[in-house]
Design a protein around this ligand. Sequence first.
Ligand code: ZN
Length: 216
Amino acid sequence: MSELVFFCGTMDCGKSTLALQIEHNRSARGLVGMIFTRNDRAGQGKLSSRLGLVTDAVEVEDGADLYAHLVDHLSQGRRADYVIADEAQFLAPEQIDQLARVVDDLDLDVYAFGITTDFRSKLFPGSQRLVELADRVEVLQVEALCWCGARATHNARTVGGVMVVEGAQVVVGDVTGSTDEIGYEVLCRRHHRRRMTAATARAAALAPDVLPVSSG
Ligand SMILES: [Zn+2]
């Protein structure tokens, strides 16, 4: 029985690394995957992990029909034994419905990988639809850590190291250290609620008199 599986977690929890591992294990058994991604850090049409591995993928455009893409691919006599969808939080809810149809009507396993919540700790629409439709939701156990050492459960967006809580849901960025660059950082809930990033915490440690008065 084919399955729609949603592997989820925060940023930096090893999702793309696991996606590449699943792809590697199946291709070593002679299976061929259809790999979808969207807005990967390595650029269009790539699935990459922070550990430096990368493979080619189909970049999902706005309005693309993933079910139709598979049907078209198979009807040309080409192979697809399973499907990987990385950065699935960026897919539209209807594209998640199409992936469920791939499982049910084409009898292919679909492994979706995504961040559950955005920088405001709200569910991404694509992730919400996956939680609603998946046969299985696996929360990845490769745990990302907050700067304080606690388990990081929340994604923060930063501008110049300072956490922001407003803005568009999807802005692709990376931590580069440049001053007003948009970056992302994983935090524990306590520090996400206090908007305390590594840079803010460092600054506060250097100037203890500006620490906000806070209990607990
Ligand atoms: Zn923390």
